[in-house]
Design a protein around this ligand. Sequence first.
Ligand code: PEP
Ligand code: CO
Length: 449
Amino acid sequence: MTPAGWSPTSWQSRPAAQQPVYPDPAVLQSALAHLSRLPPLVTSWEIENLKRQLAEATRGERFLLQGGDCSESFEDCESSAITKKLKILLQMSLVLVHGGRRRVTRVGRFAGQYAKPRSADTEKHGDTMLPSYRGDMINRAGFSVAERTPDPELLLRAYERSALTINFIRALVDGGFADLHHPEYWELDFVEKSPLAAEYTRMVESIGESLRFMETLAGSTVGEINRVDFYTSHEGLHLPYEQAQTRQVPRRPGWYNLSTHFPWIGDRTRALDGAHVEYFRGIANPIAIKIGPSVTPDAAVALAERLNPAGEPGRLTFIHRFGAKHVERCLPPIIEAVQRRGLPVLWCCDPMHGNTETTSRGIKTRRFDNITFELEASFRLLKAAGSHLGGVHFELTGDDVTECIGGACGLTEADLTKAYRSQLDPRLNYQQAMEMAFLLARLMAQSRG
Ligand code: PEP
Ligand code: CO
């Protein structure tokens, strides 16, 4: 049900953080009017299916795997990049299904992850000060007045790129994708170099065996008998864009954001009385909110009550991102406060955003060890509190980049410049992401035991 006092525009009377300033409001209005006439990218029944799956994950019957680029770029909207993004999520999810013995819901940070919060509104080089780059939906990364001026036409380009991406994803999911299931085709060089090599080799073999067994049984490929679903997500940051895609649908109550299945509120825009929380409280989608070290237990409870007053299971996910240094101090009191009120929350660990550091040469990176520490601690602390970790959220890519340090592939600080491609945050590369899946499967199996 739509909450009292809410409408798709009610956020406009609240302070909205992290919004670009457009030189000509009339041009913005015309782009938004155009956007609000264009067809939706996802449907209400897909959204409701995902909400049911997230309710299962909240009860411990399922696991959420969410991942993708920190920010998508228009340039990467091409077939091989999209295929690789699906491939890494699919392969990781198979490892989790087989090793962790839990059904897995796959959600990409894709088909709409084009707007970024920034720590400063402007950037200065020499004597020139320009607006910060805020994602391809808003302006361009190059450092010139033309590139950095927010351009409303980019909202339409982002919508179109999202549509092209989701169209190709739907086509891949429908067929032609089954060979990606087979571990014999995966590139798992790291396995031999890992201290857990024997255990990982056994896991790879058993995934292969059970897939072959299922195919023999069904006489067809797993891709056909067991259609895999992918859902989309992005940070719902640019509120005019989100509003333009907020619709009512026939025979279902409420308003849906039909630009994505599972939008989230970022750690910088989660003010209780701010515009983002106001917008999100009224949409019917399952939603997530990122919480970092500055959130208090009372604030977390207030957000959960504002965003999910009816206590609907699957509606609300907390993506906690405290960092290896703070997770043991920050997470337990929040779990306790949420439990005391009996609020249904899906706990999903983002071990990336609290673990970003800058090297002495000024390169943004993350250490594999800190990422695994935060994950392990989250499993342990939730279990100790009588709850469970129900999902994970990664920044990763299917490409062979060098952005994060560590892992069995042995990436060092000196390697970072070899293939550093991210415009924003550092991502796990293909090998690191697969290794993370094996580690996670192990943690899932242990936390059940
Ligand atoms: C992100 O997910 O890219 C991001 C900016 O995260 P957070 O809001 O947790 O800082
Ligand atoms: Co990021």
